[in-house]
Design a protein around this ligand. Structure first.
Ligand code: HBI
Length: 97
């Protein structure tokens, strides 16, 4: 199982991400794109990456906005898997915006 690093340590290397409000150890970020199809393209590429990693985001989409929460359920908190997936999302979002 992936080792828990915790939100505060993870956030040191993830600009624009924040700790989820409340007691849960998780990180979150809202991505905004030009339109729905770009947001959906982002989600599609992230979904394929998530499948490759066997590590899946929690997310909510309305039109051009994608709200993402990352945490590792098996570890009950933020692990290197979340940091890797967050980094992938950030790099992709830069290309799409
Ligand atoms: N995704 N975010 C997240 N956290 C997990 O612990 C997790 C997952 N996707 C698949 C997965 N675990 C599997 O290892 C099984 O536990 C379902």
């Amino acid at each position: 199982m992936a080792m828990r690093v915790g939100a505060s340590k993870a956030l040191e290397t993830l600009p624009g991400w924040a700790a989820l409000a409340g007691d849960r150890d998780a990180i979150c970020k809202t991505f905004k794109f030009a339109d729905f199809k770009t947001a959906w393209g982002f989600m599609t590429a992230c979904a394929l990456k998530a499948e490759q990693m066997d590590h899946h985001p929690e997310w909510f989409n309305v039109y051009n906005r994608v709200e993402v929460t990352l945490s590792t359920h098996d570890a009950d908190g933020v692990t290197a898997l979340d940091v890797t997936l967050a980094g992938f999302m950030d790099a992709l979002a830069v290309k799409l915006t």
